[in-house]
Design a protein around this ligand. Structure first.
Ligand code: SF4
Length: 270
């Protein structure tokens, strides 16, 4: 049977992750204005449906699909009762509409049952944390990332969502390996962050992954983390690609997408 790392190695890795987290929180905090959680950006049901729409598609598409859905239907009851092929047509801009329309109605049916038709998911802020997360991840198509987004963004609970940007910046820095599964990455980050640090850390890494530490090539010349970054050390030795610094600073700014819009106060149409 394969043996895992020794306790000493695990402790050293954990200390390294913590040191890197300190650097990130200080320097990216300064760059991105020390984001703090100021209450839900949308209601919890909207957050769930948004994240389903955002699966395997660009944010601009899911944003468009969500807006179309809220313009077409006046309530979640209407979305639940809609003919599935009609809902599929409405959310087609979000991609994978046949799968997502069924998934949305399954999730809404579960939420309807759990809330007695009130759509008030406040229980997720009151239940023991593990119970709340287990209920969310039991919903069809809802994984650890989506559950963490709802718990963190809607209820300020200590969950650390790891999306593709967070995972990429974290592995490049050296917080875990490039092939570390997403589920494991959630555990590795949650064990070294305090509850108050999870929101700023999440937002800062997403911003950085979009603005600077991009896929497939990061613009390390614009990054304040170079002296702490394992990827940058490899890049200096010619073992990893970097993108040149754009001639005009504006070229390095990622276009706004729905996540940014939400972070900056966008609310869905009534
Ligand atoms: S130095 Fe480069 S690879 Fe490292 S975090 Fe910054 S942009 Fe990403």
């Amino acid at each position: 049977m394969a043996r895992g790392p020794s306790p000493q190695k695990r402790a050293a890795d954990r200390r390294k992750r913590r040191r890197l987290a300190d650097v990130v929180l200080e320097r990216l905090g300064e760059r991105y204005g020390h984001p703090t959680w100021a209450g839900p950006r949308v209601d919890a049901v909207s957050e769930l449906i948004l994240t389903i729409l955002s699966q395997n598609t660009a944010d601009t598409n899911s944003f468009r699909a969500f807006t179309a859905l809220r313009e077409r239907y006046a309530s979640w009851d209407e979305v639940l009762a809609a003919p599935t092929d009609e809902l599929e047509e409405v959310i087609r801009p979000g991609g994978l509409a046949p799968t997502k329309s069924r998934r949305i109605q399954h999730v809404l049916a579960e939420v309807h049952d759990m809330t007695g038709g009130t759509w008030d998911m406040g229980f997720l802020g009151e239940w023991p944390f593990e119970d709340a997360r287990a209920w969310l991840t039991s919903l069809p198509g809802i994984g650890r990332k989506t559950a963490s987004i709802v718990l963190l963004f809607n209820f300020g609970r200590p969950a650390m969502p790891v999306d593709t940007h967070v995972h990429r910046v974290a592995w490049r820095l050296g917080m875990f390996g490039r092939t570390t599964p997403l589920e494991r990455a959630h555990d590795l980050l949650e064990e070294i962050l305090t509850p108050e640090e999870m929101y700023p850390f999440h937002v800062e890494l997403i911003r950085h992954g979009r603005d600077t530490c991009r896929a497939p090539r990061p613009i390390c010349g614009l990054c304040p983390l170079t002296d702490a970054c394992g990827y940058y050390a490899d890049a200096l030795r010619g073992r990893a690609p970097m993108a040149p610094v754009p001639r005009r600073r504006g070229e390095a700014d990622a276009p706004p997408r729905y996540h940014d819009e939400l972070i900056h106060g966008w609310t869905p149409p009534e």
